[in-house]
Design a protein around this ligand. Sequence first.
Ligand SMILES: Cc1cc2nc3c(=O)[nH]c(=O)nc-3n(C[C@H](O)[C@H](O)[C@H](O)COP(=O)(O)O)c2cc1C
Length: 168
Amino acid sequence: MKKILIAYSSKTGNTLKLCKNAVALLGDGYDVELKTIDEINTLEGYDLVVPAFWVDRATANRAAKKFIKQIKNKNVAFIATLAADPAGEHAAKVRQHAPSLADQSNIYKGIFLARGKVDPKIAERTKFLPLGKKLKDRIYESSINSREPNEAEFNSCAQFLKEIIDAL
Ligand SMILES: Cc1cc2nc3c(=O)[nH]c(=O)nc-3n(C[C@H](O)[C@H](O)[C@H](O)COP(=O)(O)O)c2cc1C
């Protein structure tokens, strides 16, 4: 059986929730370890490494970025949560940029994006960002309208993983 590592970085729980539920939906036929990026000492023996991150200014959050940079010669796929609509323009930029997060020696297998709720206190603080009004309003709106990842996204994420693992 192929060995899979999902290495997550989650500040307020959305990314962890998505990963946990997707792994549960994969069931017994899959050998998947779910660990925080901080508790990983080695990547040896894994057939697929899946860093899971939260989107910070249209890219991976800093700690996840640092972890991703260390991955070499692996099959790599990403899971991420963000406030914006995964089908929208902002998410398209995240998708486009994602392959360049990992070292060229890896084989990039894709990214799965789902919604993630912005903590209301953080959402209020976006009103005071030192940015132009238009951009600030857009960030505030997207934060206020954000929601947690849902059941449909758990299923789609499990399907995304299954397709990659089954083809390894
Ligand atoms: C500092 C900061 C920057 C963020 N930047 C973005 C962003 O550029 N685009 C976006 O859609 N969401 C952004 N978000 C929202 C988070 O990506 C989203 O709430 C995510 O689900 C948080 O994941 P977590 O609960 O696992 O920490 C940002 C949140 C914070 C706190």
